[in-house]
Every structure is written in structure tokens, then in C-alpha cells.
Design a protein around this ligand. Sequence first.
Ligand code: 6PG
Length: 226
Amino acid sequence: ATHLAFQQFASAEQVAEAATQRILTAATHAIATRGRFQIVLAGGRTPLAVYQRLATHAADWAHWHIFFGDERCVPVPDAARNSVAAQRVWLDQVPIPPQQMHPIPAELGAMPAAARYAELISERLPFDLVLLGLGEDGHTGSLFPGHAIPDAALVMPVTNAPKPPAERVSLTPMALGASAYLLILVTGRDKREALQRWRAGAALPIARLVSAGRIEVLVDAEAAGA
Ligand code: 6PG
């Protein structure tokens, strides 16, 4: 059984700091034992505070391999792209070899991008760390409540996301769970209901995540409602 641990912090800043330290520790461990660190990044606002902090650290960047849990099908330079947002605040500022950056080619359109990315990650699994968030409506990655999620695919095209843009690409629970460590960040008052629903056992996409390893959920007091 998967060990699911909720940890509460006073503020969103403390969640960001704790997540940063956990990522750096996981990287050091993975590089020491396997010679590389394969991390899957999340989109949205919450992880940006973590990315900004990571940019200020002197990690062993040459051994980091960057993947994405989901992407929005908008043109490449658009800051609405999860990969572009991460580049601006972090990845462009550290010496990770370009061939170790694996953005989802969402500019191809959701279907071809999902097929291409599934091929790529099938050769790289398992991941060392998958970073995820939880949307107000209970989505994670671009897996939305009520949408059909394939059991046997690694990546899926999304064409009807309720959160714009409608067209997206998302790793499935099967791919996201193929990681030694899932780190989920939930901060802010507007996440409280979604978090409560998840903890109460609602059939949210995030509840389908199972991992052979560790799953940690870092929440701030506002999201926890305490
Ligand atoms: C996206 C994200 C999404 C995100 C959650 C939380 O592309 O929208 O990948 O899944 O993780 O929506 O986003 P916020 O941190 O912005 O609330």
C-alpha cells in the first residue's frame, strides 16, 4: 500500500521552502545512487515559488532531467505554457544540458503531442520525483474530475478542459505514479474544498495516484482550513 502523508505548514512560503528542500534532497540521493535525477514539473501558480527558490541553489544541475506532468496547447513563447513559466523563473538560469529538458511538444496539437511524449517517457520511466498541484475544481495535472482517464496509456490528449485553454496534454495516473516520490503542493483558501473532498474519499483524479514509493502532500493552513 502507498504511504500517503499530509504535512501542514503555517504559510504558502513555508510550503515552498519545504518543497524546495525535499526536491534538493531527492536530487542528491538520486544522483548519488543512479547518476541522474528525473523530475516531473507541475504547472499553475503554486510551484513557481519553488522554482524561484531552486534557481538560487547550487545543485548538481548537469545531472537533472526535466519532464512535465501536463502542458497547455498554446504557442511556444506563451507564458501560459507550463514549460515556459518554469524556464523563465528557473530553468533558463541554471546549467541543465538542453538535451535533458523535455517539454511536452504541445504546439503539435494535443493528440500528436501526447503520442510523441508517451514514446519519450516510456523509455525514461521511472521518475525520481513527480511534483503536482490540486486545482480548485479538484483537477491535477490536466486530469479533470469527471473526465474519462485511460488506464493503459501514459499520456492523454485533453480537448475539453474546463480550465482554459481547453486543449491540453496530460500524463495519466499510470505515468505520474511511476515515480519513487510524489510531492503534491496545496496552498490557499481556494483549495480548501478540493482538499477536503479528496481527504473525504471523493473520486478525484488525484485519488487514482498510487506509487510504489512515497506520496507527500504539503498543505498550508489556509488550504487545510486550520
Ligand atoms: C495547469 C496545472 C494544474 C495545476 C493546478 C494548480 O496547467 O493548470 O498543471 O494542474 O497544478 O491547477 O494550479 P495553481 O497552482 O495555479 O492553483
